[in-house]
Design a protein. Structure first.
Length: 119
């Protein structure tokens, strides 16, 4: 059976509220509020799929042990991989952070995304 999540119907009230913190990411400055709804988790925890929202803020990400694919539903951010040029991300963008990616996320507008975390 396919797992279907009508992303447009998911509100922050449907999601788990948590601050952005390690080991996921290191917020740089004030606390950054986030919410998420896990849609799927693999048996061996090697695949997690869900919806995640965050308030604006700057954070450091290090995908040492896993990678992430995101589809941006709303909001904007700039991602800057260490040693690379910044990339501007907006609604409708599909972004892959491969295993080994490290750098900064600067969320400039409240962001809502679908995520797939893989090992």
């Amino acid at each position: 059976m396919a797992i279907v999540c009508r992303t447009g119907a998911v509100t922050r009230a449907d999601q788990t509220h948590t601050p952005l913190e390690l080991p996921l990411a290191d917020p740089l400055g004030a606390d950054i509020a986030t919410t998420y709804l896990e849609v799927f988790s693999g048996k061996a925890a090697s695949l997690d799929v869900g919806i995640w929202e965050t308030d604006p803020g700057r954070s450091r990400w290090d995908f040492t042990d896993s990678g992430e694919v995101i589809y941006v539903i709303s909001g904007r951010m700039t991602v800057t991989e260490d040693g690379k040029e910044p990339q501007h991300i907006e609604p409708g963008d599909l972004v892959v952070f491969p295993v080994g990616w490290a750098g900064f996320w600067e969320v400039t507008e409240p962001l809502k995304k679908v995520y797939v975390i893989f090992e």
